[in-house]
Design a protein around this ligand. Structure first.
Ligand code: ZN
Ligand code: ZN
Length: 120
């Protein structure tokens, strides 16, 4: 877990994570919500995993959202009945599955800013 860049006191924790599976650019991709345990910072995160031979490179970043937008997204993600199964065909998976890689799901969200927050 990473220190919150906003309050510098709390730590950022992933709240809800949905596995979107591999895409053209990544061997694994998870779309997440995260929040700080201490202040109001919350938002959407992207976890990317790419394997090259024996090395695995991971990118884990997030973007801040307004609390109401964060809550709506978190509620939406929780409607998926099988969040750890990237082959799930629920409405949430269908909505975000086609938007991984260069068209990451966060590009479509009402973000406060595109400033990257390091999550891991
Ligand atoms: Zn904080
Ligand atoms: Zn699903």
């Amino acid at each position: 877990m990473n220190k919150c860049p906003s309050c510098k006191t709390g730590t950022l924790a992933v709240i809800t994570s949905i596995d979107l599976g591999p895409d053209d650019d990544n061997d694994g991709f998870r779309f997440e919500t995260f929040s700080c345990g201490h202040c109001d910072l919350a938002g959407a995160g992207e976890y990317e995993e790419a394997r090259r031979g024996t090395e695995t490179s991971v990118q884990h970043r997030g973007y801040a959202m307004a609390r109401t937008d964060f809550t709506a997204l978190d509620t939406e993600l929780r409607t998926c009945p099988a969040r750890s199964n990237h082959r799930c065909t629920c409405a949430v998976h269908m909505r975000y599955a086609a938007t991984t890689g260069t068209h990451a799901p966060t590009a479509r969200l009402p973000l406060v800013s595109r400033e990257r927050i390091q999550l891991g």
